[in-house]
Write a protein that binds this ligand. Sequence first.
Ligand code: AMP
Length: 379
Amino acid sequence: MTNPILPGATLGMLGSGQLGRMFAIAARRLGYRVHVLSPDTETPTGQVADVEVRADYLDLERVAEFAGNVSVVSFEFENVPAETTEICQKYCPVRPAGSVLFTSQNRKREKTFLRDAGLPVTPFTSVGSQVELIAALQKQGLPAVLKTADWGYDGKGQVVIRTIEDAGNAWSALNVPQAILESFIDFECELSVVAARGLDGQFVSYGPIGNSHCHHILDISVCPAAIPLSVATEAIEITRAVLEKLDVVGVMCVEFFLTKSGKLLINETAPRPHNSGHLTIDAHITCQFEQQVRAICGLPLGSSELRSPSAMANLLGDVWEAGEPNWIAALSYSNLKLHLYGKQEARLGRKMGHLTVLGKTVEQAEQTARAARAALKSR
Ligand code: AMP
């Protein structure tokens, strides 16, 4: 067994957004040092890391130097180029491995891998031209969702197609060489399971977490999700299979649609902590970011036991639209935790922070989270 990377060592993070920031906070609490590399400066992660390296992900000389100064490298978003992780791997372990990133960062590779592994995914067809799109629509049926194969997140790079006549416009709107056509799922609800897998195969999971989206961006997450126990167990077992088949060392989120007939379908996976798992910071014994630190360092994973029903509400730039949010009003809710990511500019739709509320019930927690978020806009 590889030697564990112990507190005091330096951990490397590719990507410098809020996920890297919360990783860095967890790492520093455990006594690690953190170096971060991204093309930006004054970033959410850079503000709490020991060293912030500003370099392009394809500046392989700088990337090599970065990897040479740390004991392990992880990443906080999927679109890190494969060349970057390949170079890092020459100097230290990359966890999860670059191969996991490669599979997850492209919807066609991801969905094909999962389907071939016998796991339930949204029905899809790979398309590379308008002609192929029309053929796929005829085979698969309407409505359908056309998604870019690469660089898709938070609903970006996807178009709903309701009639066959929409195909031409949808293909031009996406303007990419490769896409996938998914059946539109009239789901009962959306769920996610965030899970961690250690170097020795130890597995822990959170949830299922219930998620509501607004304009394709996560809006509210609640834990536990209001679903039958049998569905919860099945979602966790599918997630376990995903992590095992991909041989993930680290944290991964699996997002599901629960259909009206009670079937679980994987919508997508992310080989890193996930927005829906932010409530684990306050609601669980060990949060998803600490599990990421523990897993990539080869340490035992912590308990993922839920302390209390909880709800998380995202704070997008929209909350700043009419001026500085009314922090006092929100913080007057004593069972609320406020998390801000240190971003300088509040743009519409930009994730600026989140708040988590612990309650006696999920309903109560969600109600308070919504009320507190609304109070941020009060004058
Ligand atoms: P994605 O970026 O693929 O996770 O999509 C963002 C959101 O769009 C999802 O969380 C769903 O709310 C919605 N969505 C995506 N794909 C589908 C689909 N095939 N059927 C219905 N809704 C979808």
